[in-house]
Design a protein around this ligand. Sequence first.
Ligand code: MTE
Length: 343
Amino acid sequence: MLIKKRTGIEIPSSEITPESIYLSRRQFMRGAALSTAAVAASGLLAACGPSDAEPAAGVANIATGSSAEDSVVQTAMPGSVSATTDELGDSLNSFEEITTYNNYYEFSTNKEAVAPLSKGFPTAPWQVEVGGLVNKPKTFGLEELLAFEQEERIYRLRCVEGWSMVIPWVGFPLAKLLNEVEPTSAAQYVRFETVEDKENMPGVNSPLFPWPYVEGLRLDEAMNDLAILSTGLYGKALLPQNGAPIRLVVPWKYGFKSIKSIVKIDLVDTMPQSLWMKAAPNEYGFFATVNPNVDHPRWSQATERRIGEFGRRKTLMFNGYGEQVAYLYDDPDYDTTQSTRGT
Ligand code: MTE
C-alpha cells in the first residue's frame, strides 16, 4: 500500500460550527495537498449480489429518475492526490466512479441511486461514542476526530460482489483512536455501528435487514496499521455516499466490513454479530478476508472486475496485503461464510 503522511490538521475548537467544520476541512485538505505536492439470506436479499446483476453505469435510475451523470454533476470536484497509482501500479479510480457507484443500503440497494438519495444527508454535528471494555470511554466530536493526524492511504477496495476500485482515502489509523480509550485486557473484539436515521435514510425502513448496520473486527485486526478510519478521499471531505463523516476502511477484507457513517464503537469480549451475519449467515461470516480460493456460495471469488475496465483480473490473496496482515491468521482457508475459523 502507498502511505503518504499528511501533517498538521489543526482546527481550533473555537472555529467549530457545523458549517465551519466543513469549510475548515476543505481548507485543511487544500493545505495538506499543497504541502504534500512537494511531497437476504439468498438472491432475494441481493446484499451483496453478484456483479453480473448490477445495473450498468449510466443506466437511468428508475426509482429517482436520475442517472449516474446527474449524480456526477451533484458532487464536488476532487482535490489533489500525491500519486496516480497504487503500489502495484494500478491507476486510481476516478472521483466520479468512487462517488457514484456505491453500496449503502441505508439509502438504496441500487448503487447509482445512493449518491442522489444521500445528497444533503446531515453529517454535522456528529459524534462517535467509544466505550465498552475500556479504561477511558470517550465521545469524540467530529473536530476531535479530525484532530488526529490525517494521512493519505491509497488502497484497493474489493467488494464481495466481485468488483474493485483503487481509492485515495484520507484518514488515520483506527489503532490511534483505540489507544486513546485504553482497551482493558478483557477486550477481544471491536464492534462498530452506523447511524440509524429513519428520517433521512429511506432504506432503514426496509424490514429486510436487521438495522442498524453493524460490523466487527478482532482487536488485533483492528490494531493493524492498515485499518483506518477515513474522513475523506481524493483530498476532500467524504461525501455522504461514501460514509461521511467517518467510516472504517479495512483493505484486506471484503468491502462490506468497511462500515460507513459510524456513531458507536464498542470494545467487547465476544464476537460481534454483524448485519450481514444476521441477514444471511450462510453467505457472510465474520472474517470475510479476501481469498481467491474460497468462493462465495453463489459465485466465484477467483477473479474481479476493476470498475472502469472491461475484462476481469485475478483476485489477490488478502487483496494484495498479505505481507502486512497474514500473521493475523492461523488458517489460510478461513472464508466469508465461516465465523469461527481463522481465530
Ligand atoms: N456501510 C453501511 N453502513 N451500509 C452499507 O450498505 N456497504 C458496504 C460498505 N459499508 C455498506 C457499508 C459494502 S457492501 C461496500 S462494498 C462498501 O461499503 C462500499 O463502499 P463505497 O460505496 O465507498 O465504495
